[in-house]
Design a protein around this ligand. Structure first.
Ligand code: DO4
Ligand code: MG
Length: 285
């Protein structure tokens, strides 16, 4: 089941379900206007299945604009969960390489705060590269959607935009490398229901277009994530509650060559086989 947040033709923001023929069932008449009304349920898919859809209007998705499926949910991110991310971090860092090596194998994962909900970038909107950074990359990541009980109830796509030069200069600069205007895009929708085993079969890929040229593309399988999804969600929710639910990015396994940096107007398209495509153009912030 595909859950979405969308802007209707009258510019109001609504919650909906996308069916196989790309029709959006508007949940507003069922009094569902915020994602937390879904993410406070123990099993959101059961709750949504129990609604009488015949009474709800259906809108052609071309008449809607999909928004990031986030309204009151903080976005957090796990790091160094793929072997490829560990080696990239060790290569870029001046004197903190061993920290990445150790966290890859440690029982406690790296988890950091990524974005306030209101700062999340919508599908189709601009993601940012920092004006004071020289080495900027997108990080294509599977995102876990977590309900108010800390359970994983769905999946979406995230882009953990990062400044590798700032991160590599000193580990203590990580928040500046990761958290700035337009540094986190999420979307295009949430897939409710699949098991971890099913999601681990999915492929994640990225293509970066500069004018008419593809300047980078890469892919990997979700199954290369070293840690179990429940392990990541468990650490996020230790001594911390999320009454509206939360989003947890699961780390990147695709890293462009070291000579690659994003430029304004590049188009980043991230695809996950079981979800869809999250596309954003780049701007300097
Ligand atoms: O430790 C730095 C961040 C790593 C990260 O964001 C990732 O592996 O995706
Ligand atoms: Mg990342």
């Amino acid at each position: 089941m595909k859950l979405c947040r969308f802007k209707a033709s009258d510019d109001t923001i609504r919650i909906g379900l996308i069916d196989e023929s790309e029709q959006v069932t508007d949940l507003t008449p069922a009094n569902i206007t915020r994602l937390n009304q879904v993410l406070r349920r123990t099993v959101p898919i059961d709750f949504l299945n129990s609604l009488d859809k015949s009474a709800l209007p259906s809108i052609d998705s071309v008449a809607t604009t999909l928004l990031a499926p986030v309204d009151q949910q903080e976005v957090w991110a796990a790091g160094v969960t793929y072997f490829r991310s560990k080696t990239a971090r060790m290569e870029e860092s001046n004197f903190s390489a061993t920290a990445y090596d150790k966290v890859y194998d440690a029982p406690r994962p790296e988890i950091f705060f990524k974005s306030l909900p209101e700062k999340v970038v919508d599908p189709g909107a601009l993601v940012g590269i920092r004006g004071d950074a020289t080495w900027n990359v997108p990080e294509p990541e599977l995102a876990l959607v977590i309900n108010s009980n800390g359970a994983i109830v769905g999946f979406t796509i995230g882009n953990d935009m990062s400044a590798r030069d700032i991160e590599g200069e000193n580990l203590l600069y990580l928040p500046q490398a990761k958290v700035y205007d337009k540094s986190c895009a999420i979307g295009p929708c949430i897939i409710l229901g699949p098991s971890e085993a099913e999601v681990r079969e999915w492929e994640i890929g990225i293509n970066i277009q500069r004018g008419k040229m593809s300047v980078f593309s890469g892919s990997t399988t979700i199954n290369r994530i070293k840690r179990q999804f429940a392990e990541l969600a468990d650490y996020l929710c230790r001594s911390q509650s999320f009454p509206n639910g939360a989003i947890l990015l699961t780390g990147t396994g695709i890293v462009p060559d070291d000579n690659f940096t994003l430029q304004p107007d590049d188009i980043i398209a991230i695809n996950i086989s079981g979800i869809g495509t999250l596309e954003n153009a780049v701007a300097l912030v």
